[in-house]
Design a protein around this ligand. Sequence first.
Ligand SMILES: Nc1ncnc2c1ncn2[C@@H]1O[C@H](COP(=O)(O)OP(=O)(O)OP(=O)(O)O)[C@@H](O)[C@H]1O
Length: 257
Amino acid sequence: MTTTDTADRATAVVAAQAADLTKVYGRGETRVVALEGVTIDFHEAEFTAIMGPSGSGKSTLMHCVAGLDTFSSGSVRIGGTELASLKDKDLTRLRRDRIGFVFQAFNLLPTLTALENITLPLDMAGRRPDRGWLDTVIGMVGLSERLGHRPAQLSGGQQQRVAVARALASRPQIVFADEPTGNLDSRSGAEILGFLRDSVRAHRQTVVMVTHDPVAAAYADRVVFLADGRIVDELRAPSAEAVLDRMKAFDAKGRVS
Ligand SMILES: Nc1ncnc2c1ncn2[C@@H]1O[C@H](COP(=O)(O)OP(=O)(O)OP(=O)(O)O)[C@@H](O)[C@H]1O
């Protein structure tokens, strides 16, 4: 890490943050501490991958920070807004207006065309799309020729491109991607990861992605590792090999303890 890196991060705008975040499911015998005192900043124009073994709390962290799930204690902010202080209606509005989502299963509406799917969140918000930005996003994901197609008429990779365009269309403060390449072949997956990275590099989008795949994680600017509900490590400018090595080291530790 260089001094410039450190200085850049010190002045970077925080798009979202969790502080001392704890999430407990159930009670008594079924009590599970899914997150235990997680503190993390997601800086503007940074691409973060979250990794960790199954059950380590990746989805829970993402869902809590994205306002999709409640948390037990601590705080979560999107920009300057503390999520715990919001009523349900305001939380729904914040998610719709300030957060973009990309899911493993695409989650497109089958009866709508690609273009209608892309603009749906804006339509629901009663916002008129910024035509120039919409064209930029559609061009970026290479969908110009497919805008009138319905999801069933598109390949998996093309459907996920629609989902990426939908997530970016409102220029959200932050995009959360949950295993976005999990249902794709490696070539389509690489394209989707490339689009997410381009949105960060060229358009200062903030992206947080949960993944099991070291190759996918290597597209990110940093990888955060979770184990048993805690952040245990972080890697900057990761290579797939370095991520894999780190994961192997955790596995080895897990077997010993
Ligand atoms: N709704 C729930 N009720 C009870 N326990 C839950 C619930 N959701 C998750 N958990 C538990 O919380 C812990 C963290 O789960 P989480 O899904 O966040 O892990 P993960 O790292 O995303 O796992 P995976 O990689 O398998 O998706 C696990 O022990 C899980 O069993």
